[in-house]
Design a protein around this ligand. Structure first.
Ligand code: NDP
Ligand code: MG
Length: 328
């Protein structure tokens, strides 16, 4: 069944008139979303801890407060903190000010779905999720369009939760491109699955293996980098524009034949079986439990993996190559 796509003409901003929206966090998403909401004429304040983000919000001309003070003042509390901090920040600085009829909002359902945040019954709980990094979202908004997005309603106390989510989406330009309505569970599971199996995990390992096999066989790392990492963008751009068939029209027949014949050899059907297991692990909360334990114990493994990646030859040669090809 086709999902209906919601556009600008179906959404009214009036549900937000007179409302104060507190954007909590002023990082990648916080800054982009807050600027778009303000440009759409809404009353936006920022709640964030003291530091570089706080300074950036002040610099951008926002009324900038602590998370607690912003939550106290706001009608709509839109949490855009790193996911692993939502639980503790919510308990200490948001929950005490979450009076009846307020709206609690997010851009990724993780904490509501996995029980890190358990909101009271007398508030609305919604999600407005741009399907894009913050910089791209802001850029497209400034150009007069927008990136696509998802909305979800987890709890509707006022009877206006859906209207509110759609209005926020419109004010961020998302309904210009088109918005899909889903459940927070669908968004959360699907988002984690995609990033772990295809987009980040999956893709990154594929590129690294390709680079390693070529260089270990004696091919120059510069060539391996171009072949297995740099060129991925060209391929993905073609797919983005016109699908896999369009990409196949542009590449050579030789490349297309290689795709059909060797793809299933290096990614055999067992990979799909592993992906199914990965989806189950996400849906039953296993991944969230593991990741929260890691984050709460100081993220030592995360930091070690980050550091190790910096030593990977593909990263070292890549930095050098990208510099060489910069416009002078
Ligand atoms: P960032 O890491 O870019 O920004 C986090 C912000 O929260 C920073 O301003 C940071 O301030 C602040 N912060 C961190 N810890 C605390 C704290 N304890 N108290 C107060 N403020 C704090 O996060 P993102 O923008 O990437 O992600 C925010 C949300 O958006 C997440 O739920 C994410 O899943 C979701 N999302 C992200 C997308 C993306 O592409 N990045 C896409 C769609 C959704 P400081 O500078 O002081 O650290
Ligand atoms: Mg995602």
């Amino acid at each position: 069944m086709d999902m209906p796509i919601i556009h600008d003409n179906a959404v009214d901003l009036s549900v937000l008139s007179g409302k104060v929206i507190a954007v909590i966090g002023y990082g990648s998403q916080g800054r982009a979303q807050a600027l778009c909401l303000r440009d759409s004429g809404l009353n936006v304040i920022i709640g964030v801890r003291k530091g570089p983000s706080f300074d950036a919000a002040v610099e951008d001309g926002f009324k900038t407060l602590s998370v607690a003070d912003a939550s106290k003042e706001a009608d709509i509390i839109h949490i855009l903190l790193p996911d692993e901090t939502h639980g503790p920040v919510y308990k200490a600085e948001i929950a005490p000010y979450l009076t009846a009829g307020k709206t609690l909002s997010c851009s990724h359902g993780f904490n509501f779905v996995f029980g890190e945040i358990v909101p009271p019954k007398d508030v609305d709980v919604i999600m407005v999720a741009p399907k894009s990094p913050g910089t791209e979202e802001r850029k497209r908004f400034v150009e007069g369009f927008g990136v696509p997005g998802l909305i979800a309603v987890k709890q509707d106390y006022t009877g206006k939760a859906r209207e509110t989510a759609l209005a926020i989406a419109k004010a961020e330009g998302l309904t210009r491109a088109g918005v899909l309505e889903c459940t927070m569970e669908q968004e959360t599971y699907e988002d984690l699955f995609g990033e772990q199996n295809v987009l980040c995990g999956g893709c990154v390992d594929l590129m690294k293996y390709g680079f390693e096999v070529l260089t270990e066989a004696g091919y120059p790392p510069e060539m391996a980098y171009f072949e297995c990492i740099h060129e991925l963008k060209l391929i993905v751009d073609l797919i983005y524009e016109g699908g896999i068939q369009k990409m196949n029209q542009v590449i050579s027949n030789t490349a297309e034949w290689g795709e059909y014949i060797n793809g299933p050899r290096i990614l055999p059907i067992e990979v799909k079986e592993r992906m199914k297991k990965s989806l189950k692990f996400i849906e039953d909360g296993g991944f969230a439990k593991e990741w929260m334990a890691e984050a709460r114990s100081g993220a030592k493994n995360l930091k070690a993996k980050r550091e190790a990646l910096g030593q990977h030859p593909a990263e070292i040669v890549g930095a050098r190559i990208r510099k060489m090809f910069e416009k002078k």
